[in-house]
Structures are given as C-alpha cells and as structure tokens.
Design a protein around this ligand. Structure first.
Ligand SMILES: [Zn+2]
Length: 560
C-alpha cells in the first residue's frame, strides 16, 4: 500500500473558483466561532479550522455552490456532534475554503466518500483530542486518524512544561538552594534520554504501524528530533567540562532547547524542500530519460540536473554504465561568482559518479519535452537563493505541474456578473475572506500579465509595489519593459507611472495574488490605476493604494 499520502506534507490550496471543488476532496474552512475580518490587514482571523469531505458539489456559479459535506457537525446547534451529511451554501467572498492536496491519493474519490459514509450514523463519539473533524477527514483519505491541530497543541503544551521547569529552577536558585543541580543529574538527564527514545519510537510507529506519515516526513521529524536533543546535550557536556556545572547552566540548556532549537527548526523548514522526495540509485543508463531529475557527484561537486540529452555507450558489460549526458542545473555560488543556471555536458560513469534519480512517479509532472523546454527558458539566471531558489527548487519548478493546470476544465477568474449576484453563505455570511492569496516570485516572462500586482526591488532592500499597466517584449525571452503605476514619495506622495527595464535572469519580481472574488476585472483595475496617474496619493502605504485600485468595496449581506 502506498504510504505517500501524508497529512504532514500535503499542499493547502485556496479555492479561487468553485469548479476547483470535486467529490471526495478533503477541504478546510474556518470554524465559525470567533471569526472576524481584520480590515487593516485584509485577512480573515480564525481560531480553529474545520475539516470535511465533499460528497457532492452543486455549483451555482464561479463563486457560490451548495456543498454536500460529510463531517462532524451539530445540526441541532447544541454541543452534541455526530458524523452527518449536511448541505449548506458556500460563497467564496466570505468562505475561505482550502483543498488539501495529497501527494498521492490512497483511495479513489468514490472510495473516500464511501469510507466517510460508512462512519455516518455509527456510534462514533466526538472527542476534541482523539476524534475530531480532522481525524475523521484524514481517516477517510489517508486511512488512519491524524490531526495536525491536536499535534500542534500538544507541542505547545510540551514546551510550556519545559518553560515552567526553567522558571522553577530559577526560583530555587533565588532561594540559594544548593544541591538543586542534583535534580538535573538524577532526574532531568535520565528523563530526557528516555523522552528522546520515546519520541523517536513514536515517529517510527507512526510510519510503520499507523502509516500516518510518509517516509520523507519521518526522516524530517527524526532530523528535527536529533538536532534538538543532540545539540542540547553537546552544549550541556561542553558547559559541564569547561565551566562549573550548576543549575544555571541547566536552565540555559533548557532555554537553548526551547528557543534556539525552534529557530533551527524554522531554518530547516526553509532549507529543506517542502516536497520531500525519494531518490533511487541508477544502475543502468537506460533508466535515465529526458526530463528526469538526477543527482550526481561530478568532479567533487554535487548537482541536481534536469536531463535534456542523453547518449549511452555500449560497453563490454551487460549493463550500460557509461554515457554522455547534457543537462541544465543551478550552479551553486562560489566565492567570486553568483549561482547561475547553465547547461553542461557530463561524461557519465555510473560506477564513479554516484547517480540517483529523484522519484516523481507519484506526482503530476509536465511532459519530458515540456520539462526540458521550461528549464531551457531560465538558462543564464543568476538569482540563486539559499532559502527559495536552489538547485532542487529549480528542478521541481521545471518538473511539477501546478494545481491550476490539472483541473480538466481549467479555471479562470470568476465572471464579473456572477460576483455581482452572489448568493449569501450559510456559514459565515458577514465575514469577508482574506484578500491576498499568496506572493509568488516570477520565474519566467509568462508569469507576469497586465493587471498583475508586482513587487520590485528598487533600492537596496526597499521594494516598490504597483499595478502593471503595460508590457513590451524585448529582444530576448526574459528581457522586457513594463509600465507600473505606483505610489511615489513619502510625505507628499504622488501616483506615477514608472517604466521598468526588466531582465528576469537577474531582477527579482514578486507577484501578489489577490483573490479574484474581491477584485475588479483586470481591465478595470488597469483603468482605475491609469486614472490616478499624476494625482496626489491619498493612501499612506503602497498596499493601501493598490487595494484602493483593485479591491471592490465590501457590502455585507443582511442577516435574516
Ligand atoms: Zn509526508
């Protein structure tokens, strides 16, 4: 049974058009209690998330639909929850719906619905810690119960306990209680060693028996565990032998465990790709195909390469181990040169170069020609970044098919007339959903359209954001000029149209994607922005100016 459908590494995708919703999907929407919209930030604030399985979508328009959901729900409005089927109308202008996209589905959509149905009417007792709406939904999709909300709460409680221990040690120190350090040696140390083993076992069980995490996620969890405990002990040992070992040092080590280790974990999350993949060693050249992502050790350096051309040499051996390969890769930065995407020929010898192939079989990928063509477009790029733009990210970008492209009917921005006549939502009728969806970096020229909101580095690390009103292609693929309407100046700011000469191989540009349901049409956004040129800018910040141009005014619906 495949184990790669894991809640820990699934993608959370904001629904932009109701035709993204399909039967059998695991969706999330905010819990209604305490829900509000923070106008300043333009975000919907929620305290908890509700999980459900879609049984049927009765689409009314691009922005509204009646959803038949199976979930833990209380239809009577009291606190008694049961697994039930409900039909409510949902509206994207108020309901912030997310689809959980698993790397690989273990069950077909109809099987997921069947599983969900089978729980209906059964004597299933709701328990916020062991069997809540998230447990139910993951059980239907992954096969076992799992709840990230509960996991996160548990982790907060664990860290709180350690914090209380630190405080207690400090208080004992204030009362000059000598010998408290003995507590650390005789209680805390053995306890933490036991705890480390317990946690390690816990994750391995999750992988082996419960099958709630995939192998790649297991490795990441173990890596975090090892760094947390091993570095804490190293620090403790250094302190013990180089300084006098007192309880002050214990509290320092605990503080390190609490604060520094969390920072290390955050950096690890940024450094290690969000798509953890398995790599398989390549024993035969014929196993490599064009468009594959391979990793190899060549002349002392490690590379992740997108294969664009391959010629194998038949040798005396049964298996072919030698060949010529050309590929595109992000060359890591050296002391005096920045990282560059380049194409190079390699004389491959499988016995020497430690070649592995990244396993994409479970993923939706572009066709091999398309992968090579996509990579080709970025040759010459010099925007290497430790956190977001390394060799493997580049390969993923070329290989992965974005969610947008895999819906059969595709989706576009909702049609204006449908937004005007939206039916109200049953769940949160008066709370506007978040305006912004995400900020993404433009990788190729095709990523930027007229009417987009772009953020460009203007001076040092300062950025300018504005609305693209015109684009003129240049002589080369990634070189073009664009006219951007933006707010200029600090005190007496004026709206200006600024022409940017862009070379995407060196210039970093981010696109701010606002939810189409809250925006005017692209044409209207451009028109509104153009009208303001050379006028005094009434808004204090660039974001507010942009919102003034593109976001429709909000009319809350009347509640009956
Ligand atoms: Zn996973």
């Amino acid at each position: 049974m495949p184990r790669r459908s894991c809640l820990h590494c699934c993608l959370k995708i904001r629904v932009e058009n109701m035709n993204m919703l399909k039967m059998g999907q695991h969706i999330i929407f905010p819990g209604a209690r305490g829900l509000k919209h923070i106008t300043k930030k333009g975000t919907q604030k929620k305290w908890y998330k509700h999980h459900a399985i879609i049984k049927e979508v009765k689409r009314r328009s691009d922005v509204s639909a009646d959803l038949v959901l199976i979930h833990f729900w209380s239809t009577t409005g009291n606190t008694k929850f049961g697994v039930t089927e409900t039909t409510y109308s949902y509206n994207l202008s108020t309901d912030e719906i997310y689809i959980l996209k698993y790397k690989q589905a273990r069950y077909s959509p109809s099987q997921v619905v069947q599983r969900a149905d089978s729980k209906q009417g059964n004597e299933t007792k709701y328990n916020i810690l062991t069997y809540n709406c998230e447990h139910l939904a993951t059980w239907c999709v992954v096969g076992e119960k799992e709840s990230m909300q509960v996991n996160n709460c548990k982790s907060i409680v664990r860290q709180l306990v350690i914090f209380i221990i630190v405080c207690a040690l400090w208080i004992l120190k204030m009362f000059h209680m000598e010998g408290v350090y003995k507590i650390t040696e005789f209680v805390l140390l053995p306890f933490s060693i036991w705890y480390f083993c317990y946690r390690r076992n816990y994750f391995i069980q999750k992988y082996k028996r419960e099958k709630t995490i995939c192998k790649a996620c297991l490795n990441l969890h173990l890596l975090d565990l090892w760094t947390r405990f091993v570095t804490t002990y190293i620090i403790l040992i250094i302190l013990k032998f180089y300084f006098h070992y007192t309880y002050d040092i214990t509290s320092f080590a605990l503080f390190y465990y609490l604060v520094i280790c969390n920072i290390i974990k955050l950096i690890r999350k940024k450094l290690i790709n969000s798509y953890p993949d398995e790599e398989r060693p390549v024993k035969n050249i014929s196993n490599i195909e064009i468009g594959d992502v391979i990793s190899l050790n060549y002349e002392g350096s490690n590379y992740y390469i997108i294969v664009t051309c391959l010629v194998s040499e038949t040798g005396t051996h049964n298996t072919q181990t030698r060949g010529k390969l050309s590929g595109i890769f992000y060359d890591s930065p050296c002391l005096f040169s920045s990282g560059t995407i380049m194409k190079q020929c390699f004389n491959l010898d499988l016995t020497m170069h430690n070649v592995t192939k990244v396993d994409y079989t479970q993923f939706e990928t572009h066709t091999s020609d398309m992968v090579a063509a996509r990579a080709q477009q970025r040759i010459g790029e010099k925007k290497w970044d430790w956190f977001s733009n390394r060799s493997l990210e580049f390969c993923h970008w070329a290989k992965f098919r974005e969610y947008k492209e895999d819906t059969e009917d595709g989706y576009s921005a909702p049609i204006e007339s449908q937004i005007e006549t939206v039916a109200s939502s049953d769940i949160c009728p008066n709370v506007r959903s978040s305006l912004l969806i995400e900020k993404v970096e433009a990788k190729i020229r095709e990523d930027i359209y007229k009417g987009d909101i772009v953020e460009i580095i203007s001076f040092g690390s300062f950025t300018d954001s504005g609305i693209v009103v015109n684009i003129v292609n240049g002589t080369q693929d990634q070189i073009f000029t664009m006219d951007v309407v933006l707010k200029k100046g600090f005190i007496r700011s004026v709206v200006k149209m600024v022409r940017f000469n862009v070379d995407l191989r060196v210039n970093r540009i981010w696109i701010h994607r606002y939810h189409p349901v809250h925006c005017y049409s692209r044409e209207k956004c451009i028109e509104r922005a153009r009208k303001k040129i050379d006028e005094a800018c009434k808004q204090w910040t660039q974001t507010r100016f942009i919102r003034d141009c593109i976001i429709r005014p909000w009319k809350p619906q009347k509640q009956d």
